[in-house]
Design a protein. Sequence first.
Length: 429
Amino acid sequence: MYQSIEELQTALSRFTYRNANTLHITDEQALRNTGIDDLIFTAVFASDSDLKTRARAAIRQIAENQGIYSASLHSYYLAIGSGEVLTSATVPAINLRAMTYDVARIIFKLKMEHAIGPLIFEIARSEIGYTGQRPDEYASVILAAAIKEGYRGPVFLQGDHVQLDASHYKKDALRELQAVKALIQEEFEAGFRNIDIDASTLVDLSKTQLEEQQKENNRVTAALTAYIRSLHIQETVSVGAEIGHIGGKNSTPEDLDAFMHSYIQAIGTQFPGISKISVQTGTSHGGVPLPDGGMAEVKLDFSVLERTGQVAREKYHIGGVVQHGASTLPNELFDQFPRHQTLEIHLATGFQNTLYASLPEELRTRMYQWAENNCRGSGKRDGTSSSSSIRHVKRPLDLLRSKCGTSLKKKSSLSGKHLSNNFALSLRS
């Protein structure tokens, strides 16, 4: 890690040179061997905020020079919705909560080895806090991982569950909306070009009419869509909505109709609307832990994905529906998502569990103890609240490359096969 701006500039001169405002690479081997490692460690852990900013700016400039750029899936998804692109593949959206640089490197490596198509790196509003990863840092880490592995092409960064807190919204709706808008602005500035609005927390199931149940959800989603379009991003940002709160009742085509009817009326034709919509099929985030530490069997209704997806594509010409909370499902279920034409699937806790299983016992015990001491009353049992401890051991985790990197790579080989066989359209003709 560099200790000063002068040290950073000296190091950059070993593998780059600047011509006007453009950074050029003179020694890619030196950059990928150690240069990018030192840059990203400085960008994340330097105590000097100006030094952090300079390191992140250098990473972005190097990425641009290498043909690595942040992109939106809006056009691709709408092409699926219109029938222009025929695909039964599913796009994986992966939440990296810890050792993000190392795990992202593995994913880029697998993507290139298996000719995997579009995949998303995302982080949710809740995860930003308990993992200690603000959007600018997260984007810098993902770009650095792409540079390290020699990847070229688009990187899809997504704000997952840009969610309204129902209790905060009830107390002060304007303040909660402003907080969400501020996060969206921060994500845009970091290069995120895919945003999943989640106002499903505002769905009111006490109402008898479906449109009344979805009323506040579609009103807020429409308002936030309008806000996103007002920011004048050069590329059309992919915006997602959500009609079924994860862990709640399963969604129906009628729920989707009720939401879309009012949403379309609210946004009119003045700007593009959503490109996808998340539904509830019976899953919950992180799975349902049992007293013995195992996971309860999930009764996932794949017909929900097929029926709501068909309505989304054929009636509203958006890409389709999105499945959340699926990474802890049995491996043998994953091929069912493309078979039922699921547009996108979100994977988080399974990656985290793989990481935990690879950690040295001392550090894992330390994390569980922190969770035990600080997460009582959270409603979570056993190890599931240990994610809250991640930010408190962030630096030790990032120093573990040599100790658990090999284990992670071995355990990721099966994930690579799943990604290539089930989740993404092959780029090979």
